[in-house]
Design a protein around this ligand. Structure first.
Ligand SMILES: [Ca+2]
Length: 280
């Protein structure tokens, strides 16, 4: 199974201004402990324009990143920091904690108001979550030296957890800031992507639905809820088959697998290697 955050985009815009100066747009990441960074106009940046930082499509510690572009705009009337990815895919059978931070400084003030927005689509990622954080620093410190480097104040935050197989989120924010001639902006996306969260979440859902069945007085409603529980259980078993058992086959030695098989066969009262009789 693959976990996808599609079109995770966030935009950070601040109105008004004075005069430009040198600054650095950069991105830093931490994918399950594998860290990295890319700075605008260095070898890792595919886009020749200053203020646009484009990463090559790549897999970092099992996380496949496609179409990652960051932009930084500084003018007398508008300062914008933007980051987006077409898709961020967990290709492994494990949950992975991901953090991506984008920052630039020497945005042009003074400014007194900010607007923020973020949106995305979850695909096959139930139980995964992402938190978007927006930071503003009147001290103009450069952020994103590391994924945890977020100078200034947290001025907006938003969290989304994937609930449905295809799920979307969006958020808008705005408020007051107090920035002088120069300031910095930093955006961060942090959360956990993974199939195990999805499986655990389904376990919780099944437990809730089973408990709920006993409280339904109406027979038709109970039938409807029982069918929904069966659908959820079938989907969950298929997902376990696809994710858990594939991961177990890859991770465990044949001796351990055989021992597990014997144990579970004993528990279920079946004999390994004997096919059930036709029409049994
Ligand atoms: Ca560039």
């Amino acid at each position: 199974m693959r976990t996808i955050v599609l079109a995770a985009t966030s935009i950070f815009a601040i109105a008004v201004g004075i005069a430009p100066a040198h600054a650095t747009l950069q991105i830093a990441w931490d994918f399950g402990g594998t860290t990295g960074q890319c700075v605008d106009q260095t070898a890792c940046d595919l886009n020749l324009a200053v203020g646009t930082l484009q990463l090559a499509d790549q897999v970092i510690n099992g996380i496949e990143v496609n179409g990652s572009i960051q932009t930084s705009t500084k003018s007398a009337t508008l300062d914008i920091l933007n980051t987006s990815s077409l898709s961020v895919i967990n290709t492994t059978g494990s949950d992975i904690q991901v953090t991506v931070t984008v920052s630039d400084n020497n945005f042009i003030g003074p400014v007194t108001q900010f607007s923020s927005a973020g949106s995305g689509v979850w695909q096959n990622a139930v139980g995964s979550n992402i938190t978007l954080n927006w930071y503003n620093d009147p001290g103009n410190a450069q952020g994103a030296d590391t994924a945890g480097d977020t100078p200034g104040s947290l001025i907006d935050t938003f969290t989304s957890s994937a609930i449905f197989a295809a799920d979307s989120f969006s958020h808008n924010g705005s408020g007051a800031v107090s920035d002088g001639a120069l300031f910095s902006m930093t955006e961060q996306a942090t959360g956990t992507l993974g199939p195990l969260r999805c499986l655990r979440h389904e376990h919780q859902q099944m437990d809730q639905r089973i408990r709920g069945l006993f409280r339904i007085p109406d027979l038709d409603e109970m039938k409807k809820q029982t069918r929904a529980l069966l659908d959820l259980t079938r989907r969950h078993l298929a997902r376990e088959e696809q994710v858990m058992f594939t991961a177990a086959r890859e991770a465990l030695t044949s001796g351990v697998l055989a021992a597990c098989g014997e144990e579970w066969a004993k528990f279920r009262g079946v004999v390994i290697g004997i096919e059930p009789a036709p029409n049994a």
